[in-house]
Structure formats: C-alpha cells, structure tokens
Design a protein around this ligand. Structure first.
Ligand SMILES: [Zn+2]
Length: 217
C-alpha cells in the first residue's frame, strides 16, 4: 500500500506502470481501449441521483415515523450551526472512508494484495483517490466500485429509516451522491462483461483489454 500526495513524479510512475501493463497485454494478444467518464455528465447525474434518492428516502422516513418526525433540527443530527459543522466533519471523514472501501475491496483479488493499492490525495482538484495497480475482471471491479455507495449511502438510509435517526438518512443521501461517478463507471461495465479492466492512471474511467483479432465481447 502506498499513501502519497500526487505530484509529477507519481503521475509519471503511474503512467509508466500503465504503459508496462499495456505492453505486457499486447504480448498476450490483447489490445487496450478506454472507457472515459465525462466529469460534467457525472456532476449532472449526481444532482439527479440526489433528487431521486432524497425524494424516495425522506417520504419513506415520514411514512414510517409520522409527519412529526421530519424535524429540521434533526436533519444534520444536532440543531443550528453545531449540527451543520458536525455533519461537515463527518462528511469530510466519509470521503476518505469511501476511498478506503474501494481499496479494501480491490486488494482481495489482487495478486500483490495491499501492495497493489495506492491511496493518494490530488492537490489539483483537492480530492483523495484510490488507485488499483492490477487489472481486474468485471465482477471484481464492480464490487470494489459499488461498495462505498452501498456502505456509506444505501446502508445508512436503510438504518436511518428503520431506527428513526433522520441524520443517517441525510448522511446516506450524500453518500450516494458521493458515489455518482462510481455509478456512472458501473453503468458502462455491462458493455465489457468479459474484459479485464484497469483503473486508468490519469483519465476519469478505466482501460479495458480486448483480443486483438476479435471485437469487444
Ligand atoms: Zn468512489
């Protein structure tokens, strides 16, 4: 496992690792193609997902716990600024936990286990990231991609609705939104079911390998 703040040297190393893999797969008779995700589309989808998830979760909460339960003071756990800042701190922590969950899930199928998982922080866009240095099959990539959204999004919503803790619902709704980019990636996986996938080192998305002679699938 590597934990690092991204810089030019690290970017060059990741690019080299990627090119080495492409060269190695080329010898095995596979060629590389890219599946890129548009950041603009990801942001638009994130807003749409937030609206849909919120419009399902809060009415469901009210249906289970009654209309008195939707108290604005409890949306963030505590009332007033304390609640807001408590929530902000929790959310900041959850961004790092989100990346950790990706790495945790992806380390299992990797040959070098944690040795192939990089955690980093990209100062350019102020975001932490998790990068898997080994190619994975679609189901391995799928579970590692969706796990943070399930654990930090869907699960808190279900627990929040079941237990009547409103702020867990808010936390979950934001957790699902945090996974919007991952959900977009997952949506593209259906096109490459039999391919090996590799987390792209500098594009948003992934590289996939297809036999040189045949087409995709
Ligand atoms: Zn993610």
């Amino acid at each position: 496992m590597r934990i690092e703040v991204e810089n030019d040297k690290i970017r060059a190393r990741k690019k080299q690792e990627y090119e080495d893999l492409v060269a190695q797969k080329d010898k095995e008779g596979l060629e590389v193609r890219l599946e890129k995700i548009s950041i603009l589309a990801a942001n638009i989808i994130a807003i749409a997902i937030m609206a849909v998830v919120a419009l399902i979760s809060y009415p469901l909460f009210v249906a289970v716990h009654g209309s008195d339960s939707l108290n604005i003071d409890r949306v963030f756990g505590f009332s007033g600024p304390t609640g807001f800042f408590f929530f902000l701190a929790l959310y900041a922590a959850s961004i790092f936990i989100h990346e950790f969950i990706h790495g945790f899930c992806w380390h299992f199928p990797c040959e070098k286990k944690w040795g192939s998982i990089d955690f980093g922080f990209n100062p350019k866009n102020i975001t932490p990231y998790c990068h898997c240095c080994e190619a994975l099959n679609v189901s391995q990539y799928f579970w590692g991609s969706i796990a943070p959204t399930l654990i930090l999004g869907v699960l808190p919503i279900i627990i929040g609705i079941a237990s009547g803790i409103l702020f867990l619902v808010t936390f979950g709704v934001i957790g699902v939104v945090g996974g919007a980019g991952d959900l977009m990636v997952i949506w593209t996986l259906r096109k490459h079911r039999n391919c090996l996938l590799f987390d792209h080192p500098y594009e948003v998305g992934y590289a996939y390998f297809v036999p040189k002679t045949g087409g995709d699938e």
